[in-house]
Design a binder for this molecule. Sequence first.
Ligand code: TXA
Ligand code: MG
Length: 312
Amino acid sequence: MTRLTRSPRVAADFIRRGAVVAFPTETVYGLGADVFQPDAVARIFEAKGRPADNPLIAHIASPAQVELLARRVTPAAEKFMEAFFPGPLTLVLPRQPSVPSVVTAGLDTVGIRMPRHPLAQAFLAACDTPVAAPSANVSGRPSPTTWQAVLTDLEGRIPCILQGGATEVGLESTVVDCSESTPVVLRSGAISLEALQAVMPQTVLTAEQQGPARSPGMRYKHYAPQARVHLADRAEAVPQATRQAWIGLSEPPRGRFARARVCSSLEMYAHLLYAFFRECDRAGMETIWCERVPDRGLGRALMDRIRRAAQG
Ligand code: TXA
Ligand code: MG
């Protein structure tokens, strides 16, 4: 039985008792457990079918909780926290020895994020402990941007979902390794490289994040719907076929696609992408064509997720 609630206090009681709870953030829904209860954290991996070697992000209610998790806050991390906390940014820092290794997958670092979603903030404050949480999807599926998507993936496998609306950003947080002197972007997100560089000009992308030419990595089987995903420069160039869908900024030719979503901005494109992937699977689409956008700002995060889905 999965209990649905709109009360952050009710959801926080599950966390304190060592259970897992799905909760909304401004990026995607997370599946949380108390960082300091290793058995509870282990249940996250079970429920999702997540490989144990993939570390979790610790979510905090206030900057004061950073010291429970990080043994050192580097100058870069200080600056990013000041500029972007709370928000869709995860900082990787050297971990405190007290952080259980099930959270960090045995790494000597820990990812830390303070969400800005009001319901997430109320929930995390009521938990009174940092909450380890990956996205609340079955491993390999697109991250959930609604509580209904969480229910589809995890009904009966988790005891509680904290219900909020559709998540604002729609893509997972930017992950920046701040454990060394040069900040390195491990995953692109709504806090763009350009925004990070405005605060710390030496910030770089990892090879993984450098765009079309990067080498195929083992983490590609991520974010993928059942339908095949392709990038397209123009809807007009997509060959006629049945059961194909379109999402992008431009209006496709009439009749070319069984289903189409035209987004009015990059923000809207990011907001709708995963929900559209799931909708296309339900509707039995075989192929989803995604319009290419320039690899900068939020566009870099969008292209990253779509390329990964295309590899899936
Ligand atoms: O927006 C988000 O980040 C969402 C919401 C729920 O906060 N969470 C999320 O978690 O997307 P997840 O587990 O699906 O993705 C976390 C990413 C993974 O790529 C993981 O490898 C990386 O962050 N990560 C976490 N801790 C790390 C660490 N110590 N070092 C390097 N990468 C880390
Ligand atoms: Mg995930």
